[in-house]
Design a protein around this ligand. Structure first.
Ligand SMILES: Cc1cc2nc3c(=O)[nH]c(=O)nc-3n(C[C@H](O)[C@H](O)[C@H](O)COP(=O)(O)OP(=O)(O)OC[C@H]3O[C@@H](n4cnc5c(N)ncnc54)[C@H](O)[C@@H]3O)c2cc1C
Ligand code: FES
Length: 240
């Protein structure tokens, strides 16, 4: 069940080029599913900004976000000690019960953020998981230590400044039973072409209300129009 609360910011730091990590105290006993998101009110902006739950541990919610416009820029200036008006948890999250044992996770840029919580959860379930992460360049890489300390983490950069040179989709091992992906639409479409229909996508469409009321985030699926905030943001690959 979603709730609205004021969550205290305990840190908000630059961790890579234009990428920030913010930790919020969640004084609640809610359970979160990887892939769910928060909708954050930022002073001076009418619409809330959706951000995936990147981690949840010991009552602390972590988000990792990229500055792409005025809202995220304002978010980056919020100092620790402030409280943010947040609606959470929203969306359906990844369906991890149906997943297979030999799993591939593919993230592109800041699309990797929600996949950290997923990776941790799958590893706790003793699943075999490999994470592939594609970035444009070395300065944009984040959470390398965090991912690597849990399991296999393969990086590519388009300019070759770290890891394999080129696109992450060029080095995917096709030998997997199931996949989860989040990142640029073109990357996710390529993942589907390469790995097939046994997988799930997290879509980061533009949103308004964030909980199914306004229809501004509708996307077309084989089974009709669906709201990314309510029926998503996670969809099965075979829905498209
Ligand atoms: C379910 C969900 C989870 C998300 N999780 C994360 C996350 O973990 N980390 C993160 O950095 N971002 C995430 N996003 C995207 C994030 O919400 C937007 O980047 C943010 O709202 C932009 O706000 P802004 O005011 O800075 O940009 P705006 O001024 O609103 O827009 C600046 C530019 O970014 C583009 N843009 C804005 N919102 C989106 C969007 N949702 N998708 C694609 N392009 C967009 C605009 O078209 C414009 O070109 C998520 C989005 C959704 C829907
Ligand atoms: S954002 Fe309002 S219905 Fe999805």
């Amino acid at each position: 069940m979603k709730k609205q609360d004021f969550l205290k910011v305990i840190s908000n730091n630059l961790i890579a080029k234009n990428i920030f990590k913010m930790c919020l105290v969640c004084g609640c006993d809610l359970e979160f599913i990887p892939g769910q998101f928060l909708n954050i009110k930022i002073d001076g902006f009418y619409l809330r900004r959706p951000m995936s739950i990147c981690d949840f541990e010991n009552g602390i919610i972590t988000i990792v976000y990229k500055i792409v416009g005025k809202g995220t820029e304002a978010l980056s200036k919020i100092s620790k000690g402030n409280k943010l008006d947040v609606i959470f948890p929203l969306g359906n999250g990844f369906d991890i019960k149906k997943s297979y044992d030999n799993i591939t996770i593919i993230g592109g840029g800041v699309g990797l953020a929600p996949l950290y919580f997923l990776f941790k959860t799958l590893k706790k379930m003793n699943k075999k998981v490999i994470v592939y992460a594609g970035f444009r360049t070395l300065s944009e890489i984040f959470f390398e230590e965090e991912f690597s300390s849990i399991g296999e983490f393969i990086i590519s950069t388009q300019d070759g400044t770290k890891g394999n040179k080129g696109l992450i989709i060029d080095i995917l091992d096709k030998d997997c039973d199931y996949y989860f992906t989040c990142g640029p639409a073109l990357m996710m479409e390529s993942v589907r072409k390469i790995l097939g229909q046994n997988g799930q996508f997290l879509l980061e469409e533009r949103m308004a209300c964030g909980f199914g009321a306004c229809m501004s985030c509708v996307c077309k699926t084989k089974f009709g129009a669906k709201r990314v905030c309510k029926e998503g943001p996670v969809f099965f690959a075979n829905e498209f």
